[in-house]
Design a protein around this ligand. Structure first.
Ligand code: PLP
Length: 444
């Protein structure tokens, strides 16, 4: 049953399907997340600011745990990492997937158990490997032939390290060419079809201090269909069967990576995790039965789908410019805090928050403050026609690949991150200040 009040709220709030579940409209025009009005967050922490709904992050971890009960779930740290996030992942029972000494050291110094961390990367630096071995990282994903000898030497003849091998299943999937990593002709992994993967595996088996626990693949990012994952399972089990024949090898783990797609705008499709879990499990069981292999333990590595929908980027409008055919709404952030539109042509659905308006909606282009014409946050979106300097714009689905990809362009300083929960906001990461920038600059 819907009360008159609910109907009115729904109409005023519009489509909030890509916003955190806690999003509410306490007063007309005023949106609150985690029980905190966004205008209050902007006043307290300044703009631009990233707002992270802690309960939404935790709920997303629980959705994964429920959908994949016997699977090891590793949060892909590169989507967004800070000490609070590391702590939440530990509390929610997830492991971590890191790709640098920096991510790894932050996690371990926050108290995250190193054995539940996997290190991957197509080009690991000596420091990455040194940190991984010193801190006792659970598994290292080998991504190139030269890494095998380097790693074996670093581990030493009496050491021991678990490893996986990243294979390229030869599958094209993902939201944009720049984030497709399952195809043959890109920098990640070792190809199954040309024999590189098999060759690397044979070399690993010659190194007694390296224990090969399984095969790893990551098809790409922002994948909204289950099919590529099923194809990957078949290819990888095919390789496992050949390895069993050739080397008598039975690998206990299969890591299917991440890449689970989410909706950035109302109406966009997200990957259905329950369907993914069910179909992958069935496919894996059937493929293994057909090959006469025991079913390996599944590992997945979601990043975007855990953090993305829990975050909101809040900006203040600085200027509104009307040219011949366009209205440009310029905000106090842009490509330095969100490079994704410029990198992949991603589209967002910003909305005006913090004040009530009855103005009609009109198409505008939301641009950043940076010195590039390509610094566009959202092209041709509808905003109230009376949008003006001083207004607040909120961009939902800003929790992943925003701060982690933020740059120092124009010395604007990277925005802070505030967590909201149960009506309270707290600072997790402070704003990068001019003093931070000055203190790194040590020469003259
Ligand atoms: C980036 C990455 C992930 C996470 O990808 P999402 O699209 O954020 O889920 C997982 N595994 C590996 C190896 C990655 O490089």
């Amino acid at each position: 049953m819907t009360s008159v009040h609910d109907t009115a709220v729904t109409t005023l709030a519009g489509d909030l399907s890509v916003w955190p579940a806690s999003t509410a409209e306490p007063r007309p025009g005023d949106l609150a997340v985690g029980g905190v009005p966004l205008a209050e967050v902007a006043d307290r922490f300044g703009t631009p600011v990233y707002v992270l709904d802690e309960s939404e992050v935790r709920d997303r971890c629980r959705i994964y745990r429920d959908a994949f009960p016997d699977t090891e779930i590793l949060y892909a740290a590169k989507a967004f990492l800070c000490r609070a996030m590391i702590h939440w992942m530990q509390e929610e029972g997830l492991g971590l997937d890191v790709c640098s000494a920096g991510e790894l050291e932050l996690a371990v110094t926050t108290g995250f158990p190193a054995e539940r961390i996997v290190l991957h990367g197509n080009a690991k630096s000596p420091r990455d490997l040194e940190s991984a071995l010193r801190l006792g990282v659970g598994r290292i994903v080998i991504d190139s032939p030269s890494e095998i000898a380097r790693l074996a030497a670093a581990v030493g003849p009496h050491g021991h390290q678990k490893v996986m091998v990243r294979v390229v299943p030869g599958i094209s999937a993902g939201g944009h060419e720049k984030i497709r990593t399952g195809t043959e002709d890109q920098k990640f992994g070792l190809s199954i079809s040309d024999g590189y993967a098999q060759h690397a595996i044979a070399r690993i088996l010659d190194q007694p201090q390296l224990e090969l626990t399984g095969l790893h693949c990551h098809l790409g990012s922002q994948i909204t269909s289950v099919k590529p994952y099923l194809a990957a399972v078949r290819r990888i089990v095919g390789l496992m069967a050949r390895l069993h024949e050739q080397h008598g090898l039975l690998l206990p783990e299969l890591d299917l990576g991440g890449g689970h797609g989410i909706a950035y705008r109302p109406g966009e499709q997200a990957l259905d995790l329950t369907t993914l879990a069910r179909k992958v499990r069935t496919e894996l069981a059937e493929a293994c039965a057909a090959a006469g292999l025991p079913v390996p333990r599944l590992i997945i590595e979601p990043g975007r789908a855990v953090a993305g929908p829990a975050g909101i980027a809040l900006y203040r409008v600085l200027a509104v410019k009307r040219t011949g055919s366009h209205t440009y709404v310029a905000v106090d952030g842009g490509m330095s805090d969100n490079p994704r539109p410029a990198l992949y042509g991603v589209r967002y659905a910003p909305r005006l928050v913090g004040r009530r308006t009855t103005a009609d909606r009109a198409p505008v282009t939301v641009v950043g403050r940076h010195c590039e014409a390509g610094d566009v946050l959202a092209t041709d979106v509808e905003l109230p026609a009376d949008v003006r300097p001083g207004d607040l714009l909120a961009v939902p689905v800003a929790g992943a690949y925003h701060l982690s990809m933020a740059s120092g362009y124009n010395l604007v300083g990277r925005p802070p991150v505030a967590a909201v929960r149960d009506g309270h906001a707290r600072l997790l990461v402070r704003r990068e200040s001019l003093e931070d920038i000055r203190s790194r600059d040590v020469g003259l």
